[in-house]
Design a protein around this ligand. Structure first.
Ligand SMILES: [Zn+2]
Length: 445
C-alpha cells in the first residue's frame, strides 16, 4: 500500500528517505506480498505477470463504456473500542472511493496542466452492502518470513471475520495492523495491503496461499476516511501522517490489478527506470516518492513513447507513495486496465446481487419500531439454522449479544428485551448460516 519504502533502505541503514522521514518506514504491504510471492512461489509471480499483461491487452480493445458497480462488505474487526470505527467514517470512505475512481474528487484541479489530458475516470462505483463488526482479542500482524498476510483477520475461527463470497464482493477488512517485525526487530508499519486478481485459468493449482477466502483489501483503522479522529504517528518519527482516505483508494487500485507507478521494482534492491507498471501513460519513475510531493522531480531522464517527451514524475497518481493530499488521479490507462480486470478476472463482482447473495435470513423486520421495553424480530429461514442476534449502538458498541438459538425453517420470531437500552438508534444484526441482515431499531423512552 501506501507507503513505502524499500524495507531494504532501513535494513541497510542508509537513508533514501526524504528529510521529513528520518524514521522507520511505513511499509507497503503489497511490496511485502510481492516479495513473498517471488521468493516462495516463482510460478505464481509468473502467473501474476501473465494476468496483468492479458488485462493490459484487453484494455486496448474496450470501446464501450458503462458504469461498473462493485458491492463492498466492510469488516470492522476491533479490540480497542477506538478501532471500532463509526458508520460515519466508513460511509465517508465509500464516498472518497466513489469520488476518486470517477474523477469527481474536489482536488482534480491540483493536477499539473501537463497531465490533465492523461487523467481518467474509471467509471467504477462502490456500493456498501454490509458492515460486519467483530470484537476480538486477537492481534493481527504480517508474518513476513512465514509468508502469512493477516490470514487470521479473515477467519471467524481465528478471531477475525470470515469473508463474504470473494468472487462477488469486494471485502475490505479494517483492523489495527500491528507493527511489522522481523526477528523481533520492528521494521515499519503497514497501512494496508491488497491482493491483485486471482482465480484465473492459468493460475497454478495447489498453491496454499493466497486462498480465495483471503482475497480483498486490508486497511489499518487509522487510515480510513477523511473524518477519522485517529492519527498515525510515523514510527520513530516526529510527526503524524495526514490521512484523507487515499490509502483505501490505492489498495483497491491494487485489488483491481494496478501496480505501483514506479513499476514495483526492488523490494530488496534499488529501483530503476526500466521497471514498467504495464501502463503506457504513467511516466517511468526510478522509485516511489516517499511521502513527498515534489512537482519538479524527474527521476528518469528519458524520452517516453507515449509522451514523445521526457515527462516529470507523476507524483499526483494514486499508485505512488506521495502524501495523500498530493494524490488526485488515475490515468486513463490505469482506468482502462481496472475496467478490463473487472470484466475479466473479477467479473463476478459485477453479478447482480440478488442472484448471488447467500441470503439465509429473509424478510427480516422489527416491530414495534420505535420500541420501548420490548421488540420482536421476525425472520424467514429457508432451512434450519442457529440464529444469533446482536444489538449495536450507533457508536458501534455491542449493547446486547444474545446467545445463538436454533430455529427450524419458515417464519420465526424472537423477542428483544430493550428495557435497559438508552433511547436512541440501534442496529440489530441477525445472523444465520453465515449471512447477516441488519435492521435499524429506534428505542424511545
Ligand atoms: Zn501499494
Amino acid at each position: 500500500m501506501k507507503q513505502l519504502l524499500p524495507l531494504f533502505a532501513f535494513l541497510a541503514g542508509f537513508s533514501t528517505l526524504s528529510a521529513q522521514s528520518t524514521s522507520l518506514p511505513i511499509i507497503c504491504g503489497n511490496e511485502v506480498f510481492s516479495h513473498i510471492v517471488q521468493e516462495k512461489y516463482p510460478e505464481l509471480d509468473a502467473a501474476f505477470r501473465a494476468t496483468f499483461e492479458e488485462a493490459a491487452r484487453q484494455s486496448h480493445v474496450i470501446t464501450q463504456r458503462s458504469p461498473l458497480n462493485v458491492k463492498v462488505v466492510v469488516h470492522v474487526v476491533w479490540n480497542d473500542p477506538v478501532e471500532n470505527l463509526a458508520d460515519s467514517i466508513i460511509l465517508n470512505q465509500m464516498q472518497i472511493l466513489n469520488a476518486d475512481f470517477n474523477r469527481m474528487n474536489a482536488d482534480t484541479g491540483n493536477l499539473r496542466t501537463y497531465f490533465q489530458d492523461v487523467a481518467g475516470s474509471a467509471d467504477i462505483h462502490f456500493e456498501l452492502a454490509e458492515i460486519v463488526r467483530v470484537q476480538t482479542d486477537a492481534l493481527f500482524e504480517v508474518d513476513v518470513l512465514g509468508g502469512d498476510l493477516l490470514s487470521a483477520l479473515k477467519s471467524d475461527a481465528a478471531g477475525g471475520s470470515s469473508a463474504w463470497d470473494t468472487e462477488h464482493y469486494l471485502n475490505i477488512w479494517i483492523c489495527k495492523i500491528q507493527p511489522t517485525a522481523i526477528f523481533g526487530l520492528t521494521i515499519g508499519q503497514i497501512l494496508g495491503l491488497a491482493f491483485p486478481p486471482n482465480g484465473l485459468d492459468h493460475w497454478p493449482e495447489g498453491v496454499s496461499a493466497p486462498t480465495a477466502e483471503q482475497d480483498g483489501v486490508v486497511i489499518d483503522f487509522r487510515a480510513v476516511g477523511s473524518n477519522n479522529p485517529n492519527t498515525i504517528a510515523v514510527p520513530g518519527g516526529t510527526g503524524n501522517l495526514t490521512i484523507i482516505g487515499r490509502t483505501p483508494v490505492h489498495e483497491v487500485g491494487h485489488y483491481l490489478g494496478l501496480r505501483h507507478i514506479w513499476g514495483d521494482g526492488g523490494f530488496l534492491g534499488p529501483n530503476d527506470c526500466a521497471q514498467s507498471d504495464g501502463v503506457d501513460d504513467t511516466p517511468f519513475a526510478s522509485a516511489q516518492s516517499a511521502f513527498d510531493c515534489d512537482l519538479n522531480k524527474n527521476s528518469c531522464e528519458q524520452v517516453e513513447v507515449f509522451y514523445n517527451d521526457d515527462p516529470l514524475d507523476l507524483v499526483e497518481n494514486f499508485m505512488d507513495y506521495s502524501q495523500e493530499s498530493c494524490m488526485n488521479m488515475f490515468t486513463k490507462g490505469q482506468a482502462a486496465l481496472m475496467r478490463s480486470v473487472l470484466m475479466g478476472p473479477r467479473a463476478g463482482l459485477l453479478d447482480p446481487v440478488s442472484t448471488i447473495q447467500p441470503v439465509s435470513v429473509l424478510d427480516s423486520r422489527i416491530f414495534p419500531n420505535p420500541a420501548q421495553d420490548r421488540a420482536m424480530v421476525a425472520f424467514q429461514l429457508p432451512e434450519t439454522a442457529d440464529v444469533q442476534i446482536r444489538i449495536i449502538s450507533a457508536a458501534g458498541r455491542i449493547v446486547l449479544d444474545m446467545p445463538g438459538q436454533s430455529f427450524s425453517s419458515g417464519q420465526q420470531q424472537m423477542a428483544l428485551d430493550t428495557r435497559r437500552l438508552p433511547a436512541g438508534m440501534y442496529f440489530v444484526h441477525i445472523q444465520a448460516n453465515g449471512a447477516t441482515a441488519v435492521k435499524k431499531l429506534l428505542v424511545q423512552r
